[in-house]
Design a protein around this ligand. Structure first.
Ligand code: 2HA
Ligand code: ZN
Length: 278
């Protein structure tokens, strides 16, 4: 096995991709994953990467990330294949100083390219790196079935998605106390949807793309996968509830949330605790 494949972050990346596949969130080439590699991790592999590759435009500009290295899934690659052949399905890229171009330094060995959502991934990384004081390193996009279903029946508003998903599982307000943002339907893959998503990522760790999927950001693979999993599980409960009957007989109330916030020492913004008709 190559030295790169032995690195703990590479193994963690591969495991997370496979976990997402096993959840059913990555039909065909759906979804993508990126990880901002730590300096000390680069120190262990810097000398064995290749720096011969051509520079290619990212499609946006992220000067805050200039000269950083990222592990990414490949465009058109299938999550189910990552564990079988990571050097074909994933790669390590370096950004130039201005954060406008990338080159492939490892992996994507069969002429592959980084994910088609590279602009969204990198703009989210730029925003979250700043907002978290450098702690956030993982950006994950998945086609989560139940969240997508809800984007056809709930108003596409941050307040509504946050509150409805908080209500479906007591852990939710503790796991994502800042709430969830929603981007209405847009053409994927480009700079415009990347800008809209990264605006939301200034406030939230999760952004929903209507009729498409979700983006989640976190410090490491466990936290980011766990966040995606928690939101999607909550959405599944809401889909099941709505399938039984259109209203709730009882639920977690705004005052219940305020009690929870006190006990668990989280700040739950009042704009999500509006009085609901049920
Ligand atoms: O195919 O998920 O949004 C990869 C995607 C594009
Ligand atoms: Zn997608």
């Amino acid at each position: 096995m190559s030295k790169v494949l032995e690195m703990a972050f590479v193994q963690g990346f591969i495991r997370m991709a496979n976990d997402g596949w096993l959840q059913g969130w990555h039909e065909r080439n759906g979804g993508n994953l990126s990880y901002r590699i730590k300096d000390e991790e680069m120190d262990a592999i810097r000398s064995i990467l290749s720096y011969e590759g051509a520079w290619h435009p990212i499609g946006t500009s992220v000067p805050e990330l200039g000269q950083e290295f990222f592990m990414v899934t490949g465009s058109g690659k299938y999550f189910r294949n990552v564990i079988l052949d990571p050097e074909d399905s994933t790669g390590i890229i370096e950004l130039d100083q201005r954060g406008e171009n990338y080159r492939i330094c490892w992996g994507l060995v069969n002429g592959g390219k980084p994910t088609s959502e590279l602009p969204s991934h990198l703009m989210n990384h730029a925003v979250k790196k700043k907002a978290s004081g450098g702690k956030h390193r993982v950006i994950y996009h998945a086609h989560t079935t139940n969240v997508i279903a809800l984007t056809f029946v709930l108003p596409l508003r941050d307040e509504v998605f946050t509150r409805e998903l908080w209500e479906m599982a007591t852990e939710c307000p503790v796991v994502f106390p800042d709430g969830i943002g929603v981007v209405e339907w847009m053409v994927p893959g480009g700079r415009e949807i990347a800008v809209a998503t990264s605006e939301l990522m200034k406030k939230y760790d999760v952004a929903i793309w209507a009729h498409h999927g979700m983006f989640a950001s976190g410090e490491d693979f466990d936290l980011t996968f766990g966040l995606m999993h928690t939101v999607e599980k909550s959405a599944e409960i809401l889909v099941k509830t709505l399938s039984m009957r259109p209203d709730k007989l009882q639920t977690i109330t705004p005052d219940n949330f305020r009690d929870l916030a006190g006990e668990f020492q989280v700040d739950l913004p009042e704009r999500f605790l509006y009085e609901d008709k049920g």
